[in-house]
Design a protein around this ligand. Structure first.
Ligand code: NAD
Length: 293
């Protein structure tokens, strides 16, 4: 069994490094620095995606969007070198409908494309606790599960192809909204004289507890958060989830509001801005600073 990984950015790089601890990997990224980091961790570099298609029977992808996935998977050289029996595991937070369309085309050639997006960031990948949400037919899930188990103890089969991306989009709507609400809440407490660290401690013990409060707020207050997930990528997820809501006839009152709030942040700061960096700025500049600067 030969395994390849294409897309070694903030998330894919961390996932590939974790997998590389258990299984030898061949890797490719358009960015040579990203490839070098994985080679330093023990992986073998390929010169292009086509080499991975030729050499590997399991191919992981972690690219910004489903459009990037389509451009790699249907690139003439890559596509020509894929052999029947290959399974492509797409870890991109992508568009479930686009994934289903691509999977249907590849299935005609005996090639499986399944979705396996993640939540938990690079720290979760490093710790082996990141959640992997798989959309795949049962047989493909059983085939890939032992490999995913080498990345994390949290592998979930959400349903058929596309279901992993559906639940991942729902996840990002919840986490995006709770992040903003938590910042407002701690800001309000701080402006009314409660130390932000104390506010976080108290709220974490109460019914307002959430992952952002527990894991991220202490680092926000310390100014120790490193940007790892850009505003542009989160906005992409919020657009996708709201489109899915409309297509499914589900009112998205809070989802739409959350998308528009992040759109505003992107307009102000640019999509390349680290979401966590923005978090630090907003908390320090507008909110938590007691002097009200
Ligand atoms: P990133 O921009 O850091 O990395 C993307 C990588 O893909 C880059 O290294 C880029 O060079 C490479 N790439 C782009 N097009 C390519 C091509 N045609 N061929 C080869 N390489 C190509 O993005 P990221 O933060 O790693 O996010 C990747 C996906 O994971 C996104 O869908 C994102 O929403 C999702 N995700 C990210 C995080 C996070 O914490 N960063 C968490 C969960 C999910």
């Amino acid at each position: 069994m030969e395994i390849g990984y294409i897309g070694l950015g903030n998330m894919g790089g961390a996932l590939a490094e974790r997998l590389q601890l258990a299984r030898p990997l061949k890797v490719y990224d358009a960015n040579a620095d990203a490839v070098r980091r994985l080679v330093d961790a023990g992986a073998t570099a390929c010169r292009n995606a086509g080499e991975i298609a030729a050499d590997c029977d399991i191919i992981f992808l972690c690219l910004p969007t489903s459009e990037h996935v389509r451009s790699v998977v249907f690139d003439a050289e890559f596509s020509a070198r894929l052999t029947p029996g290959t399974i492509i595991v797409d870890q991109t937070t992508g568009n479930p409908n686009a994934t289903r369309d691509m999977a249907a085309v590849l299935r005609e050639r005996g090639i499986a494309l399944i979705d396996a997006p993640v939540s938990g960031g690079w720290r979760g990948a490093q710790a082996g606790t990141i959640a992997i949400m798989v959309g795949a037919p049962d047989a493909d899930f059983e085939r890939i599960k032992p490999v995913l188990d080498d990345v994390t103890c949290n592998v979930f089969h959400a349903g058929d192809t596309g279901a992993g991306q559906v639940i991942k989009l729902v996840n990002n709507m919840l986490s995006g909204a709770q992040r903003l609400l938590t910042l407002e809440g701690v800001a309000l407490a701080a402006k009314n004289g409660i130390d932000p660290t104390r506010a976080t401690e108290i709220l974490t013990a109460g019914g307002g507890r959430n992952v952002f409060l527990e894991k991220f707020m202490p680092r926000v207050i310390d100014g120790a958060l490193a940007p790892g997930f850009t505003l542009g990528l989160l906005l992409k997820d919020l657009r996708l989830v709201c489109e899915l809501g409309s297509a499914s006839g589900v009112p998205m009152f809070l989802g739409d509001l959350t998308r528009d709030l992040y759109q505003w942040h992107v307009n102000e700061l640019g999509g390349a801005c680290g979401q966590r960096l923005r978090t630090c700025l907003s908390v320090r500049g507008q909110a938590i600073t007691r002097e009200g600067k």
